[in-house]
Design a binder for this molecule. Structure first.
Ligand SMILES: Nc1ncnc2c1ncn2[C@@H]1O[C@H](COP(=O)(O)OP(=O)(O)OP(=O)(O)O)[C@@H](O)[C@H]1O
Length: 233
């Protein structure tokens, strides 16, 4: 099986914060291969390195030592142009949802495809309306973020991450602000995208609704992978 079967691979990955005496190792000898189309969950105590790992895999911080192969490309020493091109093939869902307050829900989501420069406005609009509909927000397309609840804003952020049809979705506690039904709906959507389009998801979460539906659960402790459990999903 080649790189296309494993959109994310890490080998002997180490990572440190700080320099000199303040230098502190956050990740130790991470070895990973994530299968295409799967939903992988990262769990572990606060400070165990989950977010650091997620951001390294997503090309949001520089690899210092070891290998990360993202969508077939080695990240160590990647040029800024390659890093940007790779990030455009990913969908990020982080907790600070950073919606533009002056744009409606639909316009915020359209930004998710328009930054890619691949589609015209009408198609971006249609795509945004479609994904917002899948997330139960058909009635809220023209609302400004200020008039949406926390959970609705989070779903807009999720729609923005998904609208560009990313090959890999990286998410940090994406369902924390969602009620039970919305959280379950988001997970089912990600599972469906995995099956239909081979979209791969790696997510930090402690949400049991998601753990029950995960294909794989990786447990981090003190910067090391201490558990790797395959699930039925
Ligand atoms: N910018 C930073 N500068 C210095 N140390 C950092 C920085 N970011 C994280 N760390 C340290 O690296 C380690 C891993 O942090 P990380 O945020 O990846 O853990 P986490 O498992 O995601 O935690 P949480 O569940 O609280 O988000 C921790 O010891 C943390 O204090």
């Amino acid at each position: 099986m080649g790189d296309e079967d494993f959109p994310v691979q890490a080998r002997a990955l180490n990572y440190w914060f700080g320099r000199g005496e303040a230098r502190k190792q956050a990740l130790y000898d991470i070895d990973l291969r994530i299968a295409r189309g799967s939903l992988t969950v990262l769990v572990g105590p606060s400070g165990s390195g989950k977010t650091t790992l997620l951001t390294l895999l997503g090309c949001l911080r520089e690899v210092q030592q070891g290998l990360v192969i993202l969508l077939g490309h080695e990240l160590h020493g990647a040029t800024p142009a390659l890093a940007t091109a790779l990030r455009r093939r990913l969908g990020f869902i982080f907790q600070a949802h950073n919606l533009h307050e002056s744009l409606t829900a639909a316009q915020n989501v359209m930004m998710g495809v328009q930054v890619l420069g691949r589609v015209d406005k009408a198609r971006a609009q249609a795509a945004a309306a479609h994904v917002l509909g899948l997330l139960g927000l058909s009635e809220r397309l023209d609302y400004l973020p200020a008039n949406l609840s926390g959970g609705q804003k989070q779903r807009v952020a999720i729609a923005r991450a998904l609208v560009g049809n990313p090959e890999l979705v990286l998410a940090d506690e994406p369902t924390a602000a969602l009620d039970r039904d919305s959280g379950a709906n988001v997970v089912e959507l990600l599972k469906r995208l995995g099956q239909a389009r081979g979209t791969t998801t790696i997510m930090v979460t402690h949400d049991n609704r998601i753990l029950d539906r995960a294909d794989r659960i990786l447990t981090l402790e003190d910067g090391r992978i201490v558990g790797d459990e395959a699930r039925g999903g």
